[in-house]
Ligand binder design. Structure first.
Ligand SMILES: NC(=O)c1ccc[n+]([C@@H]2O[C@H](COP(=O)([O-])OP(=O)(O)OC[C@H]3O[C@@H](n4cnc5c(N)ncnc54)[C@H](O)[C@@H]3O)[C@@H](O)[C@H]2O)c1
Length: 262
């Protein structure tokens, strides 16, 4: 029930971090995977990792913030495969952390063009393909920051990021209700801290000592006492993408070592 043979899946932001993990997991389950990223070279690298182990993958360059770029990507998917079964809206950014009254307006706009508008544009473009077959699973990647405030003691989150992830949750719940009768499901993964990706690199403390203090604060705030490994997300993604979750829609699942369970 977790298999995705003969299914076509598209992952945005597949060139790095969690997106690369998602693309590889989908391919391992049998899906043909479109690895889409703003960075064409890194999307190619992910696709090569998949094809070199016998999977099927196609790399596409896309800027999810640009309507014309998203439309061109979806036209290519339609032309090559004629179907889309799984969409993982994963591409996202974080900006330098600032308190709200000091946050540059440009940082608000830039982040929302990708984290919020990008999810809307990709979903909007994907739905006609899913509606054709009356079947589909959309998995949107939010964050625990979309579920509640993050303490200033772990200063890596700003309101633009939290607001964008809360918006992704709202979009997903509304769409889940709107498209349930069409056989299209929408669910959300809200990851906690999964280090080792490129997200917010510049936001991490510069000195060894400050980084150590930051890590200790993260561990202390997590019941499981550690951060997550991006690879640990693969199982949850496969569950939501496949028929294993056929009666699950409109749900938000935190993957956070208990961060939101205190
Ligand atoms: N790593 C974590 O701990 C964590 C926690 C919560 C949520 N998330 C979310 O997971 C997702 C992936 O994050 P990550 O940690 O893997 O980050 P990452 O920076 O390693 O990967 C993000 C990818 O998105 C691509 N991208 C950025 N802007 C794009 C655009 N306009 N169009 C197309 N591609 C674009 C980047 O090129 C990159 O390959 C993000 O939505 C992020 O907010 C991550």
């Amino acid at each position: 029930m977790f298999r995705l043979d003969r299914r076509v899946a598209l992952v945005t932001g597949a060139g790095s971090g969690l997106g690369r993990v998602f693309a590889r997991a989908l391919a391992t389950a049998g899906a043909k995977v479109i690895c889409a990223d703003r960075d064409a070279g890194s999307a190619q690298d992910t696709a090569k990792q998949i094809t070199s182990t016998g999977g099927e993958a196609l790399a596409l360059a896309v800027d999810v913030a640009e309507e014309s770029s998203v439309m061109a990507m979806m036209e290519e998917v339609s032309r090559r495969y004629g179907q889309l079964d799984v969409l993982v809206n994963n591409a996202g950014i974080a900006t330098q952390p600032h308190r709200l009254h000091e946050l540059p307006v440009a940082d608000w706009d830039r982040l929302h063009s990708i984290n919020t508008r990008g999810v809307f544009l990709c979903t909007r473009a994907a739905l006609p393909l899913m509606l054709k077959r009356r079947k589909g699973s959309v998995v949107n990647i939010a964050s625990i920051a979309g579920l509640g405030g993050v303490s200033p003691k772990t200063p890596a989150v700003s309101v633009n990021y939290s607001a964008s992830k809360a918006a992704v949750i709202g979009l997903s719940r509304q769409a889940a209700v709107e498209y349930a009768a069409d056989g299209i499901r929408f669910n959300v993964i809200a990851p906690g801290w999964h280090l080792g990706t490129q997200l917010g690199r510049e936001a991490l403390p510069p000195s060894e000592e400050a980084l150590h203090a930051f890590m200790s604060a993260l561990q202390a705030a997590t019941p499981m006492g550690r951060t997550g490994d991006p690879e640990e997300l693969a199982g949850l993604l496969l569950y939501l993408a496949s028929d294993a979750s056929s009666f699950v829609t409109g749900q938000v699942i935190a993957h956070d070592g208990g961060w939101t369970a205190w």
